[in-house]
Design a protein around this ligand. Structure first.
Ligand code: AGP
Length: 613
C-alpha cells in the first residue's frame, strides 16, 4: 500500500518527510520520492526506485531546503517500479507536484485528452494526469483548492491526493475518495499523512478527513471542505498511541516485537469491556437494540488472509455458543457470488487495516442488500470502521510487520467478547457458563507470556532442524483447523517456503500423498473433543515416516511416544485453544524466515493493506 506524508511549517520539510516515510516503510513499497518547495520558488524532486537503498540515500547529494513538501512510498499498480514512475509527479511546467494513493480508473481517457491539448507525460502512471489537469485548472482559477475541486470532478476511481504548487508557497491541498488521509496539527506546522505512525513523533492532535473532503493547509491554518464544497469543521482528536509502539525497541524485527506484544494487545482488547464476575461484556461503540440482535437469523463473517482465518474461528464460536447459523466467507469471493443476504443477516467484516478493498466492497455489497453490518478493525476511523453500522476495535496498537500476528490474536479476543455479548443478549450462554468463560478469557494474556517464555528456545531448535525443507504441512481439526491454515500462511509469507494447511481429517483424502521422510508435518493436538481423532492422524503421518512437530497440552504425557519435537501449550478451555496455539506457530515462521535470511517485516510482493482489487 502506498503511503503519503506532506508537511508545511517552520522546520526543514525534507527531514520531516524522510522520518515520516520511514515509518510507513512497513506498508511495503517499491519506490520512494519527495518534492520540496524551496526558497527559490522552485520545486525540487528526489525519487528512487531501489528499495534496498535506505530512504536517507535519497538525500545523499544534499537536502533540498524548504518548508513545504510532499512525499510518497509507492507500491506499483499502474506502471512498473522505476524512477520515472515514482511519485511525486509534476505538470509540464514543473510547477505542480502531486502524490496519490489509489487508482484513477479513467486515466487513459484523461491522458489522451491532455496529450491532444499538448501536455507531455513522463511516466506510465495514472497519477500524472492529476498534475496536468491541475495545470489546466490553475489557468481558470488562481485558488489552489478550487483548482483541486475542479480536477476532482474529472476523476473516476479512488484517491488520496496531496499536492503543492510553486506559485502557492506554504500551501498544501489534499482530497480523498475511498482512501484515507489524516491531518496532523502541531505548533511547528501542519501535516497530511495516509497513516498515523508517520506523524506520531510530531503530534497527537489529528483530524480524520471524511470521504469527499478537500483540505487546504498552510503552516498555521487549515480549512476543510466537504464534497458539496461548503466549508466544514471536523473534530480534532487526540490519539493515544505512543511513538514507541511504532519502533523496534531492541527487537531485531517488528514481527518478533509484535509476537511478544501479544500479551499486552490481548489485554488491551479486553480492557474495560469484560466484567468477569458477571460474565458480561460491554462495548464502547457496539450497543445494539437487543430486539435487533434477537431478530438475527444468520451471521456472516468476512475477511481476507489472516482476518479470514479469524472469521473461520468465529464461525465455530457463534454456532457453538450462540446457536445462530454462521458462515465465514473470503471477502473477494463473497462480493461476486450473489450472496443471499437480507435484513435479518448480521454481516461482520474483520480487518486489521479497515482499508482492504475486497473487504470494504463485500461490506458495501452486504449493506446494499439490506444487511445489518459490523466491523472488527484495528485502525481507528478506517473506512470499514466508518461504514459499518457497528464497530468493535481491536486495541493491538499499530502493527508494522506485514505478517499479521498481534492483530490476529486481538481479532480472536474481539470475537470471544462478541460471542459473550451476543450470548448475554440472547440468553444462549447461561450466566454461570459466561462467568467460567470470562474467568479463563482474562487469563489468556498470561498464558501467551508463559508460552513465549517457556517455549521460545524449543521453537528455535525445531526451526534449526527443519528450515532447509522446501515444503511444510500444517494439520488441525475442528476449531483449530483455521490455525493450521494460519500457520501455513505465516510460513509462506515470511520464509517463501511452500506450506499447506489442511483439516486433519482431510489428510487421507489427498495431502497424505505429500508425506515422506523429508516432510515436516505440524500437527495441532492440544486437548479437546477431537483429540483421539487427531492422534490417529499422527499415526498415519508417522507410518509414512513424516517428521512430526506437535502442539500439545502441557502435562499430556500420551504424546511423548510420537516425537521429541513437541511445543507445550498451557491447558485452557477448548474454545480458547486457537488463540494460544497460533502463538508458537508465528514464532516458528519467524525463526525459519530469520534462518533463511528473509526480509521478514516486508516480504517480497506483499503489502500491509491491499487497497486495490
Ligand atoms: C497477514 O499476515 C497478511 N499480510 C494478509 O493476509 C492480511 O491479513 C490480509 O491482507 C487482510 O488484511 P486486513 O486485515 O488489513 O484486511
Amino acid at each position: 500500500m502506498s503511503g503519503i506524508v506532506a508537511y508545511t511549517g517552520s522546520s526543514e520539510a525534507a527531514e520531516i518527510l524522510i522520518e515520516g516515510l520511514s515509518r510507513l516503510e512497513y506498508r511495503g513499497y517499491d519506490s520512494v520520492g519527495i518534492a520540496v518547495l524551496g526558497p527559490s520558488g522552485k520545486i525540487v524532486r528526489k525519487r528512487c526506485s531501489d528499495k534496498s537503498r535506505r530512504l536517507r540515500d535519497l538525500l545523499q547529494d544534499g537536502v533540498p531546503p524548504g518548508n513545504t513538501a510532499i512525499g510518497h512510498t509507492r507500491w506499483a499498480t499502474h506502471g512498473r517500479p522505476s524512477n520515472e514512475n515514482a511519485h511525486p509527479h509534476t505538470s509540464c511546467d514543473g510547477k505542480i507536484a502531486v502524490v496519490h494513493n489509489g487508482i484513477i480508473e479513467n486515466y487513459r481517457d484523461l491522458k489522451e485528452d491532455l496529450i491532444e491539448k499538448g501536455h507531455k507525460f513522463t511516466s506510465e502512471t495514472d497519477t500524472e494526469v492529476i498534475a496536468h489537469l491541475m495545470e489546466d485548472m490553475l489557468k481558470k482559477t488562481s485558488d489552489l483548492r478550487e483548482a483541486l475541486a475542479l480536477t476532482k470532478k474529472k476523476l473516476v476511481g479512488s484517491y488520496a491526493i496531496a499536492l503543492i504548487s510553486a506559485d502557492h508557497p506554504g500551501e498544501i491541498v489534499a482530497a480523498i475518495k475511498n482512501s484515507p488521509l489524516i491531518i496532523g496539527i502541531s505548533d511547528e506546522g501542519n501535516f497530511i499523512v495516509s497513516d498515523l505512525p508517520a506523524i506520531l513523533p510530531y503530534t497527537k492532535k489529528v483530524i480524520f478527513l471524511e470521504d469527499g473532503d478537500t483540505a487546504h493547509l498552510t503552516p498555521d491554518k487549515l480549512k476543510i471542505y466537504e464534497e458539496s464544497g461548503s466549508k466544514i469543521e471536523r473534530k480534532i482528536e487526540t490519539i493515544s498511541w505512543s511513538p514507541l509502539l511504532a519502533e523496534k525497541q531492541g527487537y531485531k524485527h517488528f514481527m518478533l516485537k509484535e509476537i511478544f506484544e501479544q500479551q499486552r494487545a490481548v489485554q488491551e482488547t479486553l480492557m474495560g469491556r469484560l466484567q468477569v464476575e458477571k460474565g458480561q461484556v460491554v462495548f464502547e461503540n457496539f450497543k445494539p437494540d437487543p430486539e435487533k440482535i434477537k431478530n438475527i437469523k444468520r451471521i456472516v463473517l468476512i475477511g481476507c488472509g489472516t482476518a479470514y482465518h479469524a472469521c473461520l474461528v468465529g464461525k465455530f464460536l457463534i454456532e457453538d455458543f450462540i446457536k445462530i447459523p454462521c458462515e465465514a466467507d473470503i471477502a473477494s469471493e463473497f462480493r461476486y457470488r450473489k450472496p443471499l443476504i437480507n435484513k435479518e443477516t448480521f454481516v461482520i467484516a474483520i480487518s486489521q487495516s479497515g482499508e482492504t478493498a475486497d473487504t470494504l466492497a463485500a461490506l458495501r455489497e452486504a449493506a446494499a442488500l439490506g444487511a445489518y453490518t459490523g466491523a472488527i478493525c484495528n485502525v481507528i476511523d478506517s473506512s470499514l470502521a466508518r461504514e459499518a453500522d457497528e464497530i468493535i476495535y481491536t486495541h493491538a496498537g499499530p502493527e508494522i510487520s506485514i505478517a499479521s500476528t498481534k492483530v490476529f490474536t486481538s481479532q480472536l479476543t474481539a470475537l470471544y467478547l462478541l460471542m459473550l455479548r451476543l450470548g448475554n443478549i440472547t440468553g444462549s450462554i447461561k450466566p454461570e457458563e459466561a462467568i467460567k468463560i470470562s474467568e479463563e478469557l482474562i487469563r489468556l494474556p498470561l498464558k501467551i507470556k508463559q508460552i513465549l517464555d517457556s517455549q521460545q528456545d524449543r521453537i528455535e531448535e525445531i526451526s534449526k532442524k527443519h528450515f532447509k525443507q522446501k515444503n511444510f504441512l500444517f494439520l488441525g481439526r475442528n476449531i483449530n483447523y483455521p490455525i493450521a491454515l494460519e500457520g501455513a500462511l505465516k510460513l509462506k509469507e515470511t520464509s517463501y517456503i511452500h506450506a499447506e494447511g489442511s483439516p486433519a481429517g482431510e489428510l487421507k483424502h489427498g495431502p497424505i500423498a505429500l508425506v515422506d521422510s523429508e516432510l515436516p508435518v505440524v500437527i495441532i493436538s492440544t486437548e479437546g473433543c477431537v483429540y483421539d481423532k487427531v492422534a490417529s492422524t499422527i499415526e498415519e503421518v508417522l507410518t509414512r515416516e513424516g517428521r512430526v512437530i506437535l502442539l500439545a497440552t502441557q502435562g499430556d504425557e500420551r504424546v511423548l511416544q510420537f516425537t521429541e519435537d513437541i511445543i507445550w501449550i498451557p491447558p485452557t478451555l477448548e474454545l480458547f485453544t486457537p488463540l494460544l496455539n497460533v502463538v508458537p506457530l508465528q514464532l516458528l515462521s519467524y525463526h525459519i524466515a530469520r534462518l533463511l535470511g528473509c526480509d521478514i517485516d516486508q516480504p517480497r510482493n506483499l503489502t500491509k493493506a491491499v487497497t486495490v482489487e
